[in-house]
Design a protein around this ligand. Structure first.
Ligand code: IMP
Length: 193
C-alpha cells in the first residue's frame, strides 16, 4: 500500500479521486495529516497553483504529495472564472453563490460553451511532473440534479443530456477533466514502479 497526500480540504474531490486510483494507493487529505490551514493559491495559472499546494505539503509535512488545481473557463467570459473559480462570488462564498453569479453573468448569452480544466502536480523530490485534463461542455440555464459538488448542477458535458450532478461518480470520472488528468497520473505511477 502506497500512501500519498492529495492536497485538498474538499471531501468531494478526495472521494472522487480515491475511487479513481488503484486500491494499492491510499490517499490522505490535508485534514488527515493535520493541515487545517488554507494553502494560499496566489499564482495566476492552474499549473502554478497546483505546484504551490504540493510544495507546501512537502515543505511542512515531508510527505509524498500531489495536488490539483481546477476550474471552469467560460468562452463568453473570456475564460473567466478560471483560476478564481472557487471564489468567483467572493472569498468565503458557497457553491450556490458561485452558480448564481455565473447564471446571472450568462443571462441572455447565446454562447454558453465552457470547459473544466484540471492540472495535477506530482512532486518527486524537487522535480514536478504535471498531468492535465479538459472536459468541454456548456453552462445550463438552471440547476439540474443534486449530486457532486461545486458547479456540477449547471455543467452539462458535451455529448450528454444530463448535468454532472445527474451522473454517477463513475460516469462523471470517465469523462471529467479530473478523471482524465488522474488517468495519466495513475499510468505514470504504474510505469515508475
Ligand atoms: P480548486 O479546489 O482550487 O481546484 O477549485 C476549483 C473549483 O472549481 C472548485 O471549488 C469547484 O467550485 C470548481 N470545480 C472544479 N472541479 C469541479 C467539478 O468536477 N465539478 C464542479 N465544480 C468543480
Amino acid at each position: 500500500m502506497t500512501e500519498f497526500v492529495f492536497a485538498t480540504h474538499n471531501a468531494g474531490k478526495l472521494k472522487e479521486l480515491q475511487a479513481m486510483v488503484p486500491p494499492s494507493i491510499k490517499l490522505l487529505s490535508l485534514d488527515d495529516i493535520g493541515c487545517h490551514e488554507e494553502i494560499p493559491e496566489t499564482e495566476t495559472t492552474f499549473k502554478g497553483n497546483a505546484l504551490l499546494k504540493a510544495q507546501h505539503v512537502q515543505k511542512h509535512y515531508g510527505l509524498p504529495c500531489f495536488a490539483d488545481d481546477s476550474g471552469l473557463e467560460v468562452t463568453a467570459l473570456d475564460g473567466a472564472p478560471g483560476v478564481y473559480t472557487a471564489r468567483y462570488a467572493g472569498v468565503g462564498c458557497t457553491s450556490d453563490d458561485n452558480m448564481d453569479k455565473l447564471l446571472a453573468a450568462l443571462e441572455n448569452q447565446s454562447d454558453r460553451s465552457a470547459r473544466f480544466v484540471c492540472v495535477i502536480a506530482l512532486l518527486q523530490g524537487n522535480e514536478a511532473v504535471y498531468f492535465e485534463g479538459f472536459c468541454p461542455g456548456e453552462i445550463l440555464s438552471e440547476r439540474q440534479g443534486t449530486d457532486g459538488f461545486g458547479y456540477d448542477p449547471i455543467f452539462k458535458p458535451n455529448g450528454f443530456d444530463r448535468s454532472f450532478a445527474q451522473m454517477t461518480m463513475a460516469e462523471k470520472s470517465a469523462i471529467s477533466h479530473r478523471g482524465k488528468a488522474v488517468a495519466q497520473l495513475v499510468a505514470f505511477l504504474k510505469n515508475s514502479q
